[in-house]
Design a protein around this ligand. Structure first.
Ligand code: XLS
Ligand code: NI
Ligand code: NI
Length: 481
């Protein structure tokens, strides 16, 4: 039986997922023509800047003490022949940055941004969108990411939801200008109660159809906004108990859903890449896209491997018992590295804390894989990260993004040093050099039959096994940071 603490913890983990998406106390729906108080904003247009006193963030170098400047991220500086901004293709996650309230199951919202008027109205959605683009321009990135339902309020019917979305998207298109575009869009298929059993894996046909309609629309608006990719994070695609679940049937349904998404993408001429974002659990006990290897197996089994890539989220990696580097590298060697949701978890906390990435060593390892991949385009690095509940000042939004970008930039610089220095590469090369021999080459070419190998084993006798040099590898890594 679950004790009180266990129950509270479960509730915490569960609500933590939705707390950043739903404004505490706001109504779940806002039909386009609703004039009820929660859906109607009387506060009018926002006057002037949303972030007055904060100008465009500049690179000032590592010795700067200015918290509103980059110390390591220098957008146009070339590293290994590519501009830093092109290595990263940074993106702001609308849901955390503009819908995160700091609320958790034990307490209400802590963040009261000056531009919020407490409604979930269309007028508020538009004002928030203006704040988003002022932030994007000031932080100096070219991309953003969104769920359909965090940029526009849900309506009472699907038609109303679509109309709300169209209105906000039209404004976003205008505000984007020619330089800014979505890194990816996605449909929010996990907050509304209709999705409690899943979306594409729901036991209920009507829900499957509703989810399909929502993805269809989200794909259309992503395409309309010039989005470069589209993400599937299966928040509720999984199960709580196998006793009442037909796992095989649910996975078959998920595959059919993905096939239909691929077909629709082609039909509307959307050339963006489709990404699956693995996560092991939270909110469901077991999610079908557990980790990169599981997602790759799903794609291969259903013949979808050439149509998708993976969006690796570092906190999801650690939840599945892997390092972020492991997940990125697993995706890379399978030709599936598509995008990185750049965040991190807390080593003492067992859920998706979605913190800004601050660990330079981890960033270095991730960037080593990205460099080996030749970059990450058309994907990028999306800050699927939120301020701590206790960080409540507007400038904290800037500081968090600056520190995250600087951490990854340091990682890139260190990874480039490691590659230019070559000693880590050499250590790894040497480790496997016995396979460069004639017999090793035969094995790697698929000609290492057991009779031949047995003959060699008799001939060579007991093998001499050399050191793995792990501490030396760690010393080299430290030297580059
Ligand atoms: C939640 C996911 C989510 C996806 C987009 O854990 O990270 O934020 O990135 O739906
Ligand atoms: Ni994510
Ligand atoms: Ni996440």
């Amino acid at each position: 039986m679950m004790g009180v603490t266990g129950k509270l913890m479960f509730l915490y983990v569960f609500l933590n997922v939705v707390s950043y998406i739903v404004i505490a106390g706001s109504p779940p729906t806002c039909p386009a023509a609703d004039i009820s108080s929660d859906c109607k904003s009387d506060s009018g247009e926002w006057d002037g800047e949303f972030f007055p006193g904060i100008s465009k963030i500049k690179y000032e170098g590592p010795s700067s003490k200015n918290s509103l400047s980059f110390k390591w991220y220098n957008a146009n500086e070339e590293i290994l022949g590519k501009k830093m901004k092109d290595w990263f293709r940074f993106s702001v996650a609308f849901w955390h940055t503009f819908r995160g309230t700091g609320g958790d199951p034990f307490g209400s919202a802590t963040k009261f941004w000056p531009w919020e008027d407490g409604t979930n109205s269309l007028a508020m959605a538009k004002r928030r969108m203006r704040a988003n683009f002022e932030f994007i321009e000031k932080i100096g990135v070219d991309r953003w990411c969104f769920h359909d339902r965090d940029i526009a309020p849900d309506g009472k019917t699907l038609e109303e939801s679509n109309a709300n979305l169209d209105e906000v998207v039209a404004l976003a298109k205008e505000l984007q200008g020619s330089k800014i575009r979505p890194l990816w869009g996605t449909a929010q298929l996990f907050v509304h109660p209709r999705y409690m059993h899943g979306a594409a894996t729901s036991s209920e046909l009507g829900v499957y159809a509703y989810a399909a309609a929502q993805v269809k629309k989200a794909m259309e608006v992503t395409h309309y906004l010039g989005g470069e990719n589209y993400v599937f994070w299966g928040g509720r695609e999984g199960y709580q108990s196998l006793l009442n679940t037909d796992m095989e049937r649910e996975l078959n349904h998920l595959a059919r859903f993905m096939e239909a998404a691929v077909a629709y993408k082609k039909k509307i001429g959307f050339n963006g890449t489709l990404f699956i974002e693995p996560k092991p659990q939270e909110p469901t006990k077991h999610q079908y896209d557990w980790d990169a290897a599981t997602a790759a197996n799903f794609l291969r089994k259903y013949g979808l491997i050439d149509e998708f890539k993976l969006n690796i989220e570092c906190n999801h990696a650690t939840l599945s018992g892997h390092s972020c580097h492991h997940e990125v590298e697993t995706a890379r060697i399978n030709g599936l590295l598509g995008n990185i949701d750049a965040n991190s978890g807390d080593p003492q906390t067992g859920w998706d804390t979605d913190q800004f990435p601050m660990d330079v060593a981890e960033a270095t390892l991730v960037m080593l894989s990205v460099i080996k991949n030749g970059g990450i385009a058309p994907g990028g690095f999306n800050f699927d990260a939120k301020l701590r509940r206790e960080s409540t000042e507007v400038e904290d939004i800037f500081i968090a993004h600056i520190a995250g970008m600087d951490t990854l930039a340091r990682g890139l610089r260190s990874a480039a040093k490691l590659i230019e220095d070559g000693s880590l590469n050499e250590l790894v090369r040497k480790r496997y050099q016995s396979f460069d021999s004639e017999v090793g080459q035969a094995i790697e070419a698929g000609k290492g039959d057991f009779e031949m190998l047995e003959k060699k084993a008799f001939e060579w006798g007991e093998p001499k096994v050399p050191s793995a040099k792990q501490e030396l590898a760690e010393m080299i890594l430290q030297g580059a940071i």
